[in-house]
Design a protein around this ligand. Structure first.
Ligand code: G6P
Length: 609
């Protein structure tokens, strides 16, 4: 939810921190701050609002230093105020924190009794005082951090500096991502690589319970028992270009348009293998997938809707039972475990707390067959799973997920086909046909993108509305759900999705001339049923906005507007039909003048409950 960056160098690190925070802003954006060490002092600049406001204040104060930390916040404990913004400080110690400290109230009471005064309502401030408390006991900064974190319950990624130790920063990680960036004579820390990619691509991913000391000269990492450990160095493939807007107005627009490329990249391994094979999901693919008797999918948000599409595919293609559940629900109910089930978590970020906890819970129930569909290499959820399918969407910055969704669908389709093959339900001819369909998918998606001008015209009619209804049936019902989610997330229009057949059981009561009804109506076996549902809307004066395929025989008429996507692409149709609903939400938001990439109250990576 929050973003952390830190740097130590023999140049001014303030521009590095600010640049990094701007790239991390998608993680949370209600306040931002930096703390630097110089002339034996901690200087802090904090502002509510966007990083740019904090940057202006830092410029005005002419803040410069060779050691510093920075933070973008998404408020959990305590409102959006400057006092609650990070870095938090205690007597010359300053720190930034991502995560939640569950026992902060007990710690606060204890520290107050020890004489510490609190300036904020955050859970984070206790950590600053706790570290200072141990420094007072004579420990050095690293030892004080190591001692303090042992008393914290909850999740944290921390970066800490002290005015008394201007030659290093110390960091800790538990439950939230944190990586160290290795430069030449300068080193960095960040919650994700995008923050530091302008300086280095060489990274070390810290593991749960690790602490580390970062100086200009090097990095020392310590395991949960505080003993030195070696962690592998990786070369990140995140490119600077992928983090920049280029000719686009918004990252969301850029990411919508990147889908043919993202899908193409994600397909590469399947096309290269020219087969659906367990090895697509990892070295242990055969071992884990063999004998699977059912699938349980766990995810949140858009990823949950990808899972909802997959349920139709998995049951129809492989014949295996499949359930999909919102991770935050699954993790707190008494679920019945079946070790023969494959547990699939889907997460763009790989760090959504509810999804991670649902996975842990599934494992605690005896589920050993685990697969993660994820877009961020080395993130927590794939690392906790036996199998991984990495979508190759590239960095997704817009808070509303787009290219991650369609590439997740590619991975899930490959899973359905692979399970079908393992169960003798996919003959060679059908397998070849599916691969051929996949090969054509980027082209079909591009055709759907070409509809943008027509969709933009529809969006102008949506912009003044307060409500919208989305309808779909079968495998396209989750696309209606995703369309409604996109619209509400970024345009703030209240939108709901229903299976078209359910209309008469309630939502029809809402239909009048002011309620636009979007219908996903591809040329599949359910088109005639969907048409009847549309009649129900028309009969009540509702206005219909229908996305159908070029080769369907559905015609526009009074009150019924039609946009034709490319020719029906068969089983992959939900992927193609996602594009128009993304574009509709994007252009509606544009007309309404909302902050498309950073919608109010939301964040990209939700690492809190
Ligand atoms: C947040 C994002 C959504 C995303 C959801 C799940 O709500 O704004 O776009 O779908 O989290 O995130 P994940 O990274 O697990 O896919």
């Amino acid at each position: 939810m929050c973003g952390i960056v830190g740097a130590i160098a023999d140049r001014d690190v303030v521009p590095v921190l600010i640049d990094g925070l701007k790239r991390l802003e998608y993680r949370g954006y209600d306040s931002a701050g930096i703390a630097v060490i110089g002339d034996g002092e901690v200087r802090r600049v904090r502002r509510t609002g966007r990083v740019a406001e904090m940057e202006a204040a830092a410029r005005a104060d002419n803040v410069q230093a060779t050691l510093g930390i920075g933070h973008t916040r998404w408020a959990t404990h305590g409102g959006v105020t400057e006092a609650n913004a990070h870095p938090h400080a205690s007597h010359g110690v300053a720190l930034v924190h991502n995560g939640i400290i569950e026992n902060h109230e007990q710690q606060r009471e204890r520290l107050q009794q020890l004489g510490y005064a609190f300036e904020s309502q955050t859970d984070t401030e206790v950590i600053a005082h706790l570290i200072h408390h141990y420094l007072k006991d004579g420990l050095d900064l690293l030892a004080a951090l190591q001692r303090a974190v042992k008393e914290l319950h909850g999740a944290y990624a921390l970066a800490v500096v002290s005015r008394k130790e201007p030659h290093r920063m110390v960091v800790a990680r538990m439950g939230c991502p944190l990586l160290v960036g290795l430069g030449e004579g300068e080193n960095f820390v960040a919650s994700d690589v995008s923050a530091i990619v302008q300086a280095t691509r060489r990274v070390i991913f810290l593991e749960e319970g690790d602490t580390a000391e970062i100086t200009r000269a090097g990095v020392r990492v310590f395991g949960a028992d505080d003993a030195p450990v070696e962690r592998d160095e990786h070369l990140s493939d995140v490119s600077l270009a992928s983090l920049e807007l280029g000719p686009y107005r918004h990252f969301m627009q850029k990411e919508i348009h990147e889908q043919p490329r993202a899908i193409g990249d994600t397909l590469e391994a399947i096309i290269d293998a020219n087969a659906f094979e367990p090895a697509l999901f990892g070295r242990d693919g055969a071992q884990v997938l063999d004998g699977v008797e059912g699938v349980q999918i766990l995810a949140c948000g858009t990823s949950f809707y990808a899972g909802s599409v997959a349920r139709y595919w998995i049951e129809a293609i492989s014949g295996l039972p499949c359930s999909v559940e919102i991770a935050s629900e699954y993790r707190y109910r008494q679920a019945v475990a079946n070790p023969k089930q494959l547990v699939v978590t889907i997460s763009q970020s790989g760090e959504t707390l509810d999804t991670m906890e649902a996975l842990k819970y599934a494992k605690s129930l005896g589920h050993d067959r685990t697969l993660s569909i994820c877009n961020v290499p080395e993130s927590a959820i794939p690392r906790a799973s036996r199998l991984v399918f990495y979508t190759r969407a590239g960095a997704e910055i817009g808070v509303a997920s787009t290219k991650a969704f369609t590439t997740q669908l590619v991975g899930l389709f490959a899973l359905a086909a692979t399970l079908a093959k393992l169960h003798g339900r996919l003959d060679a001819e059908r397998e070849a046909a599916y691969i051929e369909d996949l090969r054509h998918l980027p082209g079909s998606v591009q055709h759907a993108l070409n509809l943008e001008p027509q969709i933009a015209l529809w969006a102008e009619r949506f912009a003044p509305k307060h409500h919208a209804l989305f309808l779909g049936r079968g495998v396209h019902y989750p696309i209606a759900l995703e369309g409604a989610l996109k619209l509400k997330e970024i345009s703030y229009i209240h939108a709901e999705a229903y299976p078209a057949g359910e209309l008469k059981h309630g939502p029809l009561a809402l239909v009048d001339a002011d309620m636009p009804v979007v219908v996903i109506a591809p040329k599949d076996g359910l088109l005639e049923k969907v048409k009847s549902n549309m009649q129900e809307v028309r009969a009540r004066g509702g206005e219909l906005f229908v996305f159908t395929d070029a080769d369907s025989n559905f015609e526009a008429s009074e009150g019924v507007h039609v946009i034709r996507t490319p020719r029906h692409v068969g089983v992959l149709s939900p992927i193609v039909h996602t594009i128009p609903v993304q574009l509709l939400a994007y252009h509606t938001a544009l007309s309404r003048g909302t902050d498309v990439d950073k919608p109010r109250n939301l964040a990209k990576a939700v690492t809190v409950e």
